[in-house]
Structures are given as C-alpha cells and as structure tokens.
Ligand binder design. Sequence first.
Ligand code: PEP
Ligand code: MN
Length: 359
Amino acid sequence: MDIIVVMKAGAAADDVKRVVDRVTELGLTPHPSKGEFRTIIGAIGEQALQAQQQLEQLPGVDEVMAITQPYKLASREFQEADTILDIKGIRVGGPHVNIIAGPCAIESREILFDVGQAVKDAGASILRGGAYKPRTSPYSFKGKGKEGLEILKEAGEELGMPTITEVVDPRDVEVVYEYADIFQIGARNMQNFNLLLEVGKTDKPVFIKRGLAASITDLLMSAEYVLSQGNHRVMLCERGIRTFCEETRFTLDVSAVPVIQERSHLPVFIDPSHAAGKRDLVPPLALAGIAAGAAGAIVEVHSCPERALCDGPQAVLPDNFAKLMEQIRQVAELVGHRVTLWGRPDATVRRPAGGGWAT
Ligand code: PEP
Ligand code: MN
C-alpha cells in the first residue's frame, strides 16, 4: 500500500525537500504536488507502509496517510481539491465548463475552418478533429495523418483555440505533440499501456476516453499510467459503454460523472456524440452530462454531415450546436458551474474547489 505525506500549511521548501529526499532514500518514488495551501507528497512503493512512522516525524509534516485505492495519484485521497488545468489560458476542471467541438475527422481545410469558426462563434473553447482514426473496419477512411495535423494546427492558430486530436500509436506521439495542444486517447486505446506511458512522458494534457467495456476503476488505472510518468495534466471522458440496448450506439453512463468525481480530482467530460450515434440524441445527452456536473462535453459538429467521411449521422449542424450551447450555459449555471466562452475564460468560482457534492 502506498502513502501520502501531507505537509503543514505554509511548510518551508526545505521541509518539503527533506521529505522528498527521505522518501527516495527509503526506496520509494516521491510524487510532490503543490496545492494552493499546502504540498502533498505521494510515496509509491512496496515498503511505503513501513516508512510511514519515520516520515511522520520529519519537520513540517502534518500527517501521513495510506492510499487504499489501487489508483494513487488519480485519487481524491491523494489530492482533495479538483485539478484545474490551464490550457493556453483556458481553465479546465473545477467549476469551469468547457465545450470541445469540431468534426470527427479532419477531411479538408475548408470544412475544418468552416466548422471551427462556427463552433468558436457559438462559444466552444477547444477545437477537435481526428487525423488518425481508429476504425472498426480496415476498409474505412482512417484520417489524413500528418497532413490533417498541419490543417488542425493552422486552424487552431487562426481561430485562437487550443486543439485536441487522437493519437493511436506510440510512434506518433512526437508528431502529434508538435502539432496539437491536447492528446486524445480513444476508447479503443484506453488500455494501450505503452501509449499511455509515452504521452505520460510529455508535458501536454492527455484526454482519456473510457473504453467500451471498461470499469471506472480501469479508467482511473489508465489515468494512473499517465500520472505515474510525471504528467499530471489528465482529463477523463465518459463516452458510452456497451450494454444490451440497441437503440443507441452505446449507453452513456451519466452516473460515471459523479462517481469519478467522488473518487478522483481529475476533470470528467462526457461525449454525447459517440454514445448516441444519432444527432437528435446529442443535445439531451450533453445536457444530462452537464447537469450531472461534468467539466464539459466533446461534441461532433459538421457543416455537411451527409458528406462526412466519418460519423456523419451523429454530427450536429452548426446552427443546432449554437442552440445547444445556449442550453448548456443555462444548465451549467443551475449546478453552480460556468461555461468558459471562447477567448473569455470565466474566472467566477461558484462551487468551492475541493469538489464533492453536498449530500
Ligand atoms: C472520436 O472521438 O472520434 C472517437 C473515435 O471516439 P471514441 O474513441 O470514444 O470512440
Ligand atoms: Mn467520431
């Protein structure tokens, strides 16, 4: 079992360093995390429990606790306050709601710029677009690769929006790092552990989508892979799981949002598009996720869905996306969250950082 050392509020940097050094000396791996008020240090390793008493006696240490969950750095036990990421000035997590929008795949410069402008005008804060598409059939369109990444970078720069794109192969981490702001780990790759380790070695945010048949613990263990490499910029996404229901592509597990929030400090998004598979179901599912307290939604939008090369039936038209954004703003407000409108990160904090629902 692993432990966390909670430093006293206002403990000196020297005290923190002494604990980190001692943790290392004891053969454990230290993971310091500086919060707003105090620093906590995760100590991971087999001998952690034996070290507990020794660490408790060091100056500046408030308490030393065992982490009972199999995931450590991802747990609320490790960090009580919500993680709030700063992505090119956009704040993600805590009380901030961000809507990620764009086409499923980057098909052409024209479509991406067209859709990008529309979603930005409607208030989306992050632009999505896939350059490497994991497809069920080997004969389907698999994305434009590097050419797609170049278009995405150009669109993000011109529109002033951070970008997110999926990386499916550890060998592509370098090129995706160069062109995009956020790594998306797709549902099918949630347990591609080498890929998780590779993005964990970078300093760019990682957006991990829940596998089609993965438990919440499985998802948090995948986050742990990234966190364990020193990259603490992780976001999670519920995108629908396999059930016996055939009316939708997947079943959106809305309960995953509050369940994950109780167990983890990481921001949780929902993806209504891949869960629904049909555009008419996207707004109600998006609103349900926001009402449940999600940190945002990732929504597929296309200006001409009947010609889309990937996921056309679930793509929302730009006008309907703008209407949905309006409703999202109202629902977010009801649960004490605020939508980050593009270019105007809203700093109003209505739900205290520290997370958790009043019960
Ligand atoms: C996507 O976001 O385009 C995608 C492929 O999603 P998922 O991995 O959830 O199926
Ligand atoms: Mn898609």
